[in-house]
Design a protein. Structure first.
Length: 353
């Protein structure tokens, strides 16, 4: 996949063969490992999970390029890239040895060794913790890609593409539907019961999750969905990427039951891999002296989209895709080749060039 030019043996188009470690093999992690195993730039793929039987099964399914290993810090010595396909966890002295210690400390250690890091975590606390490691990424000379999932992630790339249609951008509004797997479903549940962060006129505005209902139209067959504010990190990644933006909001599709039970533990186990989901991005601004809006969307199983978006970049900094993508066109073309396609709303949905 395309990325900014920089130093270091990082997986990507035209890069040297690389050794990649994938930590966390849930719905998103397993899909990510499959995407990487099919990439000609990956020489060796190490898969790690807190459940050894799961990592063994994934490694077998991927063939000779993949290898199952228990977690050990020595894996970072020979790795070129580390993909974190699970939320960050707090270190614990009682954590089982087989567990993967996906913490900010692990990320910092990887960056210090010159290992590029890609995280699909989409919680506000996780994104804030990772962005604070910008200095470590710059010192290590490698990228830390934050929020490389469907939203944030693919949504950031769509925002960057939509901005190319305008002379100036001052509003970005993101909506998403669907979840990638059990961990994503639990985060979705927590987000609805949490505090939403919007960017409004140069300052952060905090609103209760589950408020601010808006009807958002996604590509078929999702169609129209009621979407609500939630504890989503999209604004944290989009605001730095668009200096003149005045408003950034993010909403998630939810049912009445979702909203009523958001403050309670999940009442039933989440689906092992999320249903078909979608993302919608509306970019507003000015073009030729008139007010314009560009609306883009994409539909796929969120786990598939997140795996494809967990791309590889070379700019040494901690940021989201909206900042790291110099040219979103090749990146989205590569996603389309992998089955994740975007559409431009022009009355009906038309393919994005």
């Amino acid at each position: 996949m395309a990325g900014a030019v920089g130093r270091g043996p990082v997986v990507g188009r035209g890069a040297l063969s690389a050794r990649v470690v994938v930590c966390g093999l849930g719905a998103v992690g397993s899909r990510t490992a499959r995407q990487l195993a099919s990439s000609p730039e990956v020489e060796r793929l190490i898969v790690v999970d807190r459940e050894p039987h799961r990592s063994e099964a994934v490694a077998r399914s991927l063939g000779p390029v993949a290898e199952q290993r228990p977690w050990h810090a020595d894996l970072l010595r020979t790795a070129d890239a580390l993909v974190l396909a699970a939320p960050l966890a707090q270190p614990s002295p009682v954590r089982p040895r087989s567990a993967v210690p996906i913490t900010a400390h692990l990320v910092e250690a990887a960056l210090a060794r010159g290992v590029a890091v890609v995280s699909v975590a989409d919680g506000i606390a996780d994104v804030e913790a990772l962005l604070r490691l910008d200095g470590a990424a710059r010192s290590g000379g490698v990228p830390l890609v934050v929020g490389a999932a469907m939203a944030p992630g693919l949504s950031d790339a769509l925002a960057r593409l939509g901005a190319e249609e305008l002379d100036a951008v001052d509003e970005i509004h993101v909506a998403k539907a669907g979840t990638g797997g059990p961990a994503c479903a639990r985060e979705h549940h927590r987000a609805l019961g949490g505090e939403a962060i919007d960017w409004r006129d140069g300052q952060w505005a905090r609103r209760p999750g589950g408020s601010g209902r808006e009807l958002a139209w996604f590509p078929d067959p999702i169609g129209g969905q009621d979407c609500y504010r939630a504890g989503l990190p999209d604004a944290l990644l989009l605001v730095p990427a668009f200096e003149a933006v005045r408003r950034v909001t993010a909403r998630v599709a939810a049912t009445r039951r979702d909203r009523l039970t958001a403050a309670l533990p999940m009442l039933r186990p989440p689906h092992p891999e999320g249903e078909v989901g979608a993302v919608r991005v509306e970019v507003r601004g000015w073009r030729g002296g008139s007010r314009q809006a560009v609306v883009l969307g994409s539909i796929d199983r969120p786990a598939v989209a997140a795996a494809a978006v967990a791309g590889r970049f070379r700019e040494a900094r901690a940021a989201g895709l909206a900042e790291l993508l110099v040219d979103p066109g090749p990146f989205l073309a590569e996603l389309a080749r992998r089955g994740v396609k975007a559409a431009l709303f022009e009355g009906g949905a038309a393919p994005v060039p």
